[in-house]
Design a protein around this ligand. Structure first.
Ligand SMILES: [Zn+2]
Length: 268
């Protein structure tokens, strides 16, 4: 229990840093310096006003200096990241702290991608390029297969995932451009899926793409019906892929078990 509380608190603290990344990365600013400031008046935020979740509640969502309303997204991102860390701990156990650490970094990267892609329709290379290298390196060596947790993913699955993720989305981009005569798929999605593939393997690419498309169509249709969005209006795919990747990471094995008949032999 103590471990879960600690993990939640750590997730909230890192979530507070992710807010800085989400705000500054697309603007090309340093995520380290300067320290956090109020987006309205520019007043530096005191350390005692920068406690994740709690400060927002105590200040009633307003800046202490200028009383401007602070976006509810700040505590939301902190809570979301904290909750995801708890799920990572719950799903992976504490047997391998290194795997736990890698998965926590992965889910945090997905949180940042989720919000930056919603805001700007871009997925920053700063995340995906080092992410691809790390994903293949760690996926080939220490990470378990999310679809068969007692086994390691292995370099063949990791490399196949990298190629399947990057390759299939590259193909969609090329075909989409040829057929629709406009950019159907951004370069950011290609790099993101290459990273996801390296970390989750080729099965992860299939499930992530499937779940991402499913969430995308359900929410896309809902937006068209409820908010009167037009068909074919630019909807970023990255956020849905991020949710798909999280689903694959956490519940890939369970989802696969639903579809497999009892006693089926699982191919490597
Ligand atoms: Zn202010």
């Amino acid at each position: 229990m103590t471990l879960y509380i600690f993990t939640f608190a750590l997730g909230a603290v890192i979530g507070s840093f992710l807010n800085v990344c989400i705000y500054r990365m697309p603007r090309g600013l340093s995520v380290v310096r300067p320290s956090s400031r109020c987006p309205s008046c520019g007043a530096p935020i005191k350390f005692y006003d920068n406690i994740p979740l709690l400060s927002y509640m105590m200040l009633m969502g307003r800046c202490r200096t200028c009383r401007a309303k602070l976006s509810a997204r700040y505590p939301l991102v902190e809570f979301l990241n904290a909750a995801l860390y708890v799920i990572v701990l719950n799903r992976s156990g504490f047997d391998s702290p290194l795997v736990l650490l890698v998965y926590c970094i992965f889910v945090s990267a997905l949180v940042v991608i989720f919000f930056i892609d919603i805001d700007y329709q871009i997925i920053p290379d700063v995340i995906t390029l080092p992410g691809i290298v790390l994903a293949v390196a760690l996926g080939s060596t220490i990470l378990p297969d999310p679809f068969f947790r007692t086994d390691l993913l292995g370099w063949k699955s990791s490399l196949a995932g990298f190629l399947a993720g990057g390759g299939s989305f590259y193909l969609i981009a090329v075909l989409g451009k040829a057929i629709l005569k406009k950019d159907a798929m951004g370069g950011g999605d290609i790099k993101m899926m290459a990273m996801v593939g390296g970390l989750l393997g080729w099965k992860g690419v299939i499930l992530t793409t499937f779940m991402g498309s499913l969430f995308g169509s359900v929410i896309g249709v809902a937006l068209i019906l409820l908010k009167g969005r037009e068909w074919g209006s630019r909807i970023p795919f990255g956020p849905y892929l991020a949710v798909g990747a999280l689903t694959s990471l956490f519940w890939g094995q369970d989802i696969m078990m639903w579809y497999l008949p009892d006693g089926a032999i699982i191919l490597p």
